[in-house]
Design a protein around this ligand. Structure first.
Ligand code: F6P
Length: 320
């Protein structure tokens, strides 16, 4: 193998730049050439790329976002789009492709691998941590920490005013972020799409807490549960408390990656190149039982990652 391609796709995640640096430097140390395609799959549709070298990926390890840019490409999702992308790889003599992104990008990687002889390897990077087969994705720890720092501050106001705060966090339709954030800020209530909840139970928890002298509280809600404005109003009315809503939003997607996200980026990047140089395609790099491994892309795309319900129970036990 002489030449590989690299693409960052879907929502950006802190640590994508560290991954670009790791893949490039490991690959170049083994005599490979690296082409970085621009704006996710769009770069493969428009044949737009830059050559990545150990020098031009310098100074990016600590930066959020992705220097290659990213996008969500509707055209790539069509048969013609995938075909065009495969043609671009052939045209440029690319023999292996590293796809850095979330669940949607892994599906894209699998589709592309069916239409090309180029070896395709996925690197899971998304703040949502919702990719099957890996215990953690690049960027998850950073986004969790961003929210934790914010909620610790909100707690000060909640305590000072005896208020209830509903904090809506990102995570698309899954509750991985909300659960980890809720547990690590000591939230009184955690709401995730995977676990049914009722207004009645939320109100009961707040009333029980109030009777114990706990007048303030944090409710961490995954964006995937639905309308948090409406929920806030209902809580105020039913529980008779003063409540406020705070939405962490896109601040969670950006910012410097934590050491943990950088470490994963370095190790995943190294593993991706190792897979390609060992002629192993159609795989995704993964964290499995704390170790760096890999899993068949087909398996990734045909399974759904499960939420650890024990953590939900533990959070309830601890928030007394
Ligand atoms: O997948 C990452 C994520 O930030 C989700 O948590 C969120 O629901 C979504 O992307 C927002 O997507 P967009 O990039 O379309 O604004």
């Amino acid at each position: 193998m002489k030449k590989i391609g690299l693409v960052t796709s879907g929502g950006d995640a802190p640590g994508m730049n560290a991954t670009i640096r790791a893949v490039t430097r490991v690959a170049c140390s083994q005599g490979l050439e690296v082409l970085g395609f621009d704006r996710g799959w769009e770069g493969l549709l428009t044949d737009t790329f830059m050559e990545l070298t150990p020098r031009n990926v310098g100074g990016i390890l600590h930066l959020g976002g992705t220097i290659l840019h990213t996008s969500r490409s509707p055209e790539f999702r069509t048969k013609e789009g995938v075909k065009k992308a495969a043609e671009t790889l052939a045209l440029n003599g690319v023999e292996g492709l590293v796809v850095v992104g979330g669940d949607g990008s892994m599906h894209g990687a699998l589709e592309l691998s069916k239409k090309t002889d180029v070896l395709v390897v996925g690197v899971p990077a998304t703040i949502d941590n919702d990719v099957f087969g890996t215990e953690e994705t690049i960027g998850f720890d950073s986004a969790v920490n961003t929210a934790v720092i914010e909620i610790d501050k909100i707690r000060d106001t909640a305590n000072s005013h005896d208020r209830i705060f509903v904090v809506e966090v990102m995570g698309r339709l899954r509750g991985f972020m909300a659960l980890t954030i809720g547990l690590t800020v000591g939230a009184e209530v955690i709401l995730v799409p995977e676990v049914p909840f009722s207004l009645e139970n939320i109100v009961k928890t707040l009333k029980v807490n109030g009777a114990k002298g706990k007048k303030s509280g944090i409710i961490v809600a995954a964006e995937g549960i639905g309308d948090t404005h409406k929920l806030l109003k209902e809580i105020e009315e039913e529980a008779g408390v003063e409540a406020r809503l705070s939405v962490t939003g896109y601040a969670q997607r950006g910012g410097n990656p934590t050491a943990r996200s950088r470490l994963l980026a370095n190790l995943f990047g190294e593993k991706a190149v190792e897979l390609l140089t060992n002629s192993q395609g159609n795989r995704m790099v993964a964290l499995q039982e704390g170790k760096i491994g890999s899993i068949d892309l087909k398996q990734v795309c045909s399974n759904t990652k499960q939420l650890d319900l024990h953590l939900m129970k533990l959070a309830q036990t601890l928030a007394t």
